[in-house]
Design a protein around this ligand. Structure first.
Ligand SMILES: Nc1ncnc2c1ncn2[C@@H]1O[C@H](COP(=O)(O)OP(=O)(O)O)[C@@H](O)[C@H]1O
Ligand SMILES: Cc1ncc(C[n+]2csc(CCOP(=O)(O)OP(=O)(O)O)c2C)c(N)n1
Ligand SMILES: [Mg+2]
Ligand SMILES: [Mg+2]
Ligand SMILES: [Mg+2]
Length: 308
């Protein structure tokens, strides 16, 4: 890269819009926020070769994804996203234009998500690593945790399932279409705002789907001491996913139930809750201690793990 560290930082941080929560943004030793209540904080990193590949995804979409996957975790607590900070690790040979595109993607998704970029760090590293930390406000509401699901609750989902996983399979096989699936792998469509909506509708537990629906619901079951049963008849089976399944021989349920990275929200609600718009009932909370599908043990994959 033919610019210095501080030129690069100026570029990445030029004219950042500041939201209502920002008292002091980029430029000092730390940012100062004025949250309206209890603060939610979370961090996830994107590592080149693990979470994205530069030849599968334009820098703009990688920047968007780094924001989306983090704000998704704020949403899943029932909080209103407020601010992000971003740590950028860049190899010496990274192109300035590539970093500018990444930064444009970060800004684009931050605007969609309603968050301000208020700080970060930039360092040389062996591979591109983008670590975003996201904050949100509970505004006096209790957080919606993984531990509140109760037997008899209904299980519901907001957002897409299976698209990102099917898109990954497409890319891994060297193809670029169906484009709508590849686009969801490059950057998921997070159902922004639905975390708070679910909280207000009385959600008893919530999680965002990063590893896979079965894996992430498994975390809720473990934390809540319950099980769940999902009914496949309740899920949408998008035509594009069916096409990928037909072409690859991979069951569409592997994508929908275990694909991960869609960053849909899954929540439990007391039985009888009239679900808010955007939420679809997919199952019920049981006492079994595990997540079953159509009443049976699921023998297929459950989701992504980094190790083991
Ligand atoms: N290196 C770490 N140090 C401290 N806490 C961590 C670390 N890695 C993960 N965690 C915590 O462990 C929990 C599970 O992490 P993870 O599966 O990445 O959550 P999520 O899927 O919501 O991003 C989270 O509460 C996260 O904050
Ligand atoms: C190059 C590449 N290989 C594999 C994947 C698939 N993949 C990587 S991480 C991941 C799961 C989600 O990532 P993680 O870091 O576990 O997010 P978190 O659960 O912490 O939010 C999946 C499905 C990908 N997106 N890109
Ligand atoms: Mg994480
Ligand atoms: Mg996460
Ligand atoms: Mg999560």
């Amino acid at each position: 890269m033919d610019v210095g560290e501080f030129e690069l930082i100026s570029d990445v941080t030029a004219d950042l819009p500041a939201g209502d929560d920002v008292l002091l943004g980029v430029g000092d030793d730390a940012a100062v926020l004025r949250p309206a209540g209890d603060v939610v904080v979370t961090t996830d990193m994107l590592v080149d070769g693990i979470h994205f590949r530069q030849n599968w995804s334009p820098a703009f979409q990688i920047g968007r994804k780094a924001v989306a996957v983090n704000v998704s975790d704020v949403e899943s607590m029932g909080a209103v996203p407020s601010a992000i900070v971003m740590a950028l690790g860049l190899p010496a040979e990274a192109e300035l234009d590539w970093v500018r595109e990444l930064s444009a993607g970060v800004r684009d998704e931050a605007a969609r998500a309603g968050v301000s970029l208020v700080g970060g760090d930039t360092a040389r590293s062996g591979a591109v690593v983008i670590t975003v930390t996201a904050l949100g406000n509970l505004d006096g509401r209790a957080p919606v945790t993984r531990s509140g699901a109760r037997e008899g609750d209904l299980v519901a989902v907001a957002g897409r399932l299976g698209w990102a996983g099917a898109g990954l399979t497409v890319l891994q096989r060297g193809f670029g279409s169906p484009k709508e699936l590849v686009a969801e792998q490059q950057c998921p469509s997070v159902p922004y705002g639905q975390g708070r909506v679910a909280s207000e509708a009385g959600a008893t537990s919530m999680v965002d789907i990063s590893d896979g629906l079965l894996a992430d619901l498994g975390h809720v079951c473990a934390a809540s001491g319950v099980g769940m049963d999902l009914a496949t008849s309740n899920f949408e089976l998008p035509e594009a996913i069916q096409r990928v399944s037909a072409a690859t021989g991979v069951s569409p349920w592997n994508f929908i139930l275990a694909g991960g990275e869609d960053h849909a929200l899954a929540a439990t609600f007391p039985a009888g809750t009239e679900l808010p718009a955007g939420w679809r009932r997919v199952g019920v909370v049981t006492g079994s201690g595990e997540v079953t599908v159509d009443g049976e043990r699921w023998e297929g994959p459950r989701g992504w793990t980094h190790f083991g």
